[in-house]
Design a protein around this ligand. Structure first.
Ligand code: UFG
Length: 356
């Protein structure tokens, strides 16, 4: 085991030591920075399957020291060693595969990995009497047939195995919370995280050709990809293109800090949407990126992508009222930070193929 540190790095009085499974990934790394900035001790367990130990150095460069272990969250024995090494008060569980298309091609890989990672983590937490977990879920659990904005009380349902793993994990957490009074899972349903850290040190580095809109736009802007395909302009939306709730990854990361603070004072399960509550169309994102960065994004209109919904955006009132959290960054900031990242560290990592 690669032990970078043995002691706790927590700072403030009352601050806790938090384990981040998958903490070297895109959202995990940004959350690690926010937690360190708030005085928490951060311990990362990541198997680096879609990231790299290099990310740990970057988190430290942006915020400060942490402990990191090359450990798969699905490996109970290895995870136990991490819990033996640290007094872990809570877990933020990011570990899991996340590519929708790949999950359709390889469903067993997704069910096995994502369910095992959560179940192993919960078993080890139980052994060590850690009762709080913040779980990365997704707006994809709202399915395809409901009216926007999506609120947490709505019915759920999925169209792909990736989404089902999120929904099944939510159900596992709900069942454990029913069985154990002290257990406190906070489920965060992310909308569309984009952007990068202001420092330029952290961002997303998707493998191969990106599936998601913003990384694709970034690579068209840099000339790496020729043009963007806009998947359909015949939706029943303001300009016919799909509408999504894009949220700056740093705002999203701050939502995790609020969720942890909430969990310290409450018992039982809660679910929160993390989005901005505003929907932007694909065309609006393209225009915002062009304007914010003074670049041109050539595009073509193509057929709709299978499984896409016309509109997805959050009702954010619960997170605002209960967590006291609200996204602050604008679409322009998301576009600017994404472009800074694309032009900086990411372009140098071109051949390294990991997400940081
Ligand atoms: N789009 C294009 N061209 C592209 C890529 C995307 O036109 O090359 C469009 C899509 O059709 C959609 C919008 O841009 O209208 C956003 O698409 P993304 O792929 O960026 O995001 P999705 O909303 O499809 O999916 C994301 C995450 C999922 C998560 C879901 C939650 O990728 O993991 O949000 O709603 F489940």
């Amino acid at each position: 085991m690669n032990i970078l540190a043995k002691q706790s790095f927590r700072k403030g009085n009352g601050a806790m030591d938090i384990l981040l499974t998958g903490g070297a990934g895109y959202i995990g790394s940004h959350t690690a920075v926010e937690l360190i900035n708030e005085g928490y001790g951060v311990i990362v367990a990541d198997n680096y399957s879609n990231s790299s130990p290099e990310v740990i150095k970057r988190i430290e460069g942006a915020a400060g020291r942490l402990a990191a272990y090359d450990v798969d969250a699905g490996n109970e024995e290895r995870l136990q060693q991490v819990f033996l090494k640290h007094q872990i008060d809570a877990v933020v569980h990011f570990a899991g595969y996340k590519a929708v298309g790949e999950s359709v091609q390889q469903p067993l890989k997704y069910y096995e990995n994502n369910l095992r990672a959560l179940i192993a983590t919960l078993k080890v937490m139980k052994d060590f009497r850690a009762n709080t977990i913040i779980f990365s879920s997704s707006a994809t659990v709202y399915g395809t047939s409901q009216a926007v904005p999506f609120d947490e009380g709505m019915d759920t349902g999925c169209t792909n195995p990736y989404g089902w793993t999120k929904l099944i994990c939510e159900q596992i957490l709900r069942d454990v919370a029913k069985a154990e009074e002290e257990f406190t899972p906070v489920i965060l349903r992310y909308f569309n995280p984009v952007g990068a850290h202001e420092s330029g040190l952290l961002g997303e580095n998707p493998k191969g050709i990106p599936n998601n809109l913003m990384p694709y736009i970034q690579q068209v802007a840099s000339g790496k990809l020729e043009k963007l395909s806009i998947f359909g302009n015949d939706y029943d939306t303001k300009d016919g293109t799909g509408i999504r709730d894009y949220i700056h990854v740093v705002d999203l990361a701050k939502g995790h800090v609020k969720a942890l603070q909430y969990a310290q004072e409450h018992r039982g399960m809660e679910v929160f949407n993390l989005g901005t509550g505003k929907g932007y169309s694909v065309m609006e994102v393209v225009e915002a990126f062009e304007q914010a960065n003074g670049v041109k994004i050539p595009y073509q209109i193509t057929a709709r992508r299978k499984g896409d919904v016309a509109e997805s955006y959050a009702d954010v009132s619960k997170a605002r009222n209960v967590l006291g959290w609200e996204a602050e960054k604008t679409l322009e900031q998301m576009c600017r930070d994404a472009w800074r990242w694309e032009n900086g560290v990411r372009s140098r990592l071109e051949n390294e193929q990991f997400a940081i």
